[in-house]
Design a protein around this ligand. Structure first.
Ligand code: SAH
Length: 394
């Protein structure tokens, strides 16, 4: 099957030949004048050889290649890709009685550029990041309900904030299939409400699941400070791990309510936990030294684009320096960056500078990353975004 044609400039097809799924606008030699935002297109080399089929978009990433052959992009195509994604999650043992929250589709990492699907029990929360995926939303939703074991019954489409504003698609957040059943999900035996209607991203950060498990192991008898807590994931793992006290901090009052609700769901009336709606930087300035011996820093992406890199690195350095200043000797620091534009080395260097500034003796115990349900397509290294360090601070 071929679609409207896009021809790549001579010498600009090398990355596509290595299966990198993006065509940048500068690499285009010519294209069919009738092509519109979100159209399916067929990409050719300068001398007319077919590279593959993908979605066209107005902007720097002009095409996201879905198939490096002439496959028709229809419901059958999406079902096949979803089934592969499903098989991967099955082999990761993420669908259990005590775990029903995971990422089913991680964009390029699942060979579906522009699409994210998180599963919470019987509900799939779907986000389109490209106009093409927006136009395909009904096909994808239908394919989702055809997955084995009838795992998906409801599909909630949530793309109001993920689609390019300029495309004027006016996507409505809504159920495409099914309706509201429950907002309760379970991760490694811990329960939580997922607010996919109003929450950030798809409502919960499933990407920290394994790192929360690791934190649980370090929590026994510790005084834990969970900065940028959002829905409180790290907090209730720490409580299960036997923390002496857990303080959760987020600047959003809504996040603090979610955290309190989730703690209550798992540990009703447990007086070990308190949540504060405050700015993380100010909070760290105001605490006394040695108040905590386990601190989590999981801020939002400081750099959304490469242009913000320098300031982001300064931000990470400042934030980590404050934690190093205050953490008790023998304390453990879990520190993260989810900025795609900041690479592992840059983040480590920022934390290194923070350690040096605060004159603490610091050892790296673990180097953390995103879990296997957020796979990285080997041809698309940009898919790696989550970085974390677990540090022992003397
Ligand atoms: N650790 C969380 C995810 C964090 S998302 C989890 O495991 O689910 C980042 C959070 O940082 C958001 O909830 C946002 O409200 C909060 N935030 C952003 N800027 C902040 C600031 N200056 N101080 C405190 N919280 C902030």
């Amino acid at each position: 099957m071929t679609y409207k044609a896009i021809k790549i400039r001579r010498g600009k097809e090398e990355s596509l030949k290595r299966f990198h799924p993006w065509v940048f606008s500068g690499a285009i030699d010519s294209y069919d004048e009738t092509i519109e935002e979100g159209d399916l297109v067929t990409v050719y080399t300068h001398d007319g050889k077919l590279i593959g089929n993908g979605h066209f978009q107005i902007g720097s990433i002009a095409v996201r290649v879905l198939a490096f052959d002439d496959s028709e992009i229809n419901e059958e195509f999406f079902l096949q890709r979803l089934q592969h994604a499903f098989n991967v999650r099955k082999s990761l043992d993420l669908m259990r009685d005590d775990n029903n929250a995971f990422r089913l589709v991680h964009g390029e990492g699942d060979f579906l550029p522009g699409l994210v699907v998180d599963i919470y029990g019987a509900t799939a929360v779907m986000q389109a990041h490209s106009p093409g995926m927006h136009f395909a939303r009904n096909l994808i939703a239908s394919a989702l309900t055809k997955l084995p074991c009838g795992i998906v019954k409801n599909v909630y489409y949530k793309s109001e904030t993920t689609l390019p504003f300029k495309a004027q698609l006016d996507p409505q957040n809504q159920y495409i299939i099914g309706s509201y059943e429950t907002d309760e999900a379970v991760e490694n035996g811990l329960k939580f409400h997922v607010d996919w209607l109003k929450g950030q991203k798809t409502g919960f950060f499933v990407d920290q699941r394994e790192n929360r498990s690791l934190l649980e192991k370090y929590s026994h008898d510790r005084r834990v400070l969970n900065m940028f807590c959002y829905t409180g994931g790290f907090s209730f793992y720490a409580m299960r791990g036997g923390a002496k006290l857990v303080h959760s901090v987020d600047s959003s009052a809504k996040a603090i309510k979610l955290t309190n609700d989730n703690v209550e769901l798992n540990y009703p009336g447990d007086s070990r936990h308190t949540a504060y709606a405050e700015d993380a930087f100010k909070f760290l300035d105001n605490i006394k030294k040695d108040e905590y011996d386990l601190i989590i820093l999981d801020p939002p992406a400081f750099a959304k684009h490469k242009s913000a890199l320098k300031n982001a690195l300064i931000g990470y350095r400042k934030l980590n320096a404050k934690a190093f200043e205050k953490i008790q000797s023998g304390g453990i620091l879990f520190t993260f960056s989810c900025s795609q534009a900041v690479n592992r080395e840059q983040f480590r260097l920022a934390v290194f500078s923070a350690a040096a500034m605060s004159h603490r003796k610091v050892r790296i115990l673990h180097q953390l990353t995103q879990p296997a349900d957020h796979p990285i397509n080997i041809y698309h290294p940009e898919g790696e975004y989550l970085k974390g360090l677990v540090l022992y601070v003397e």
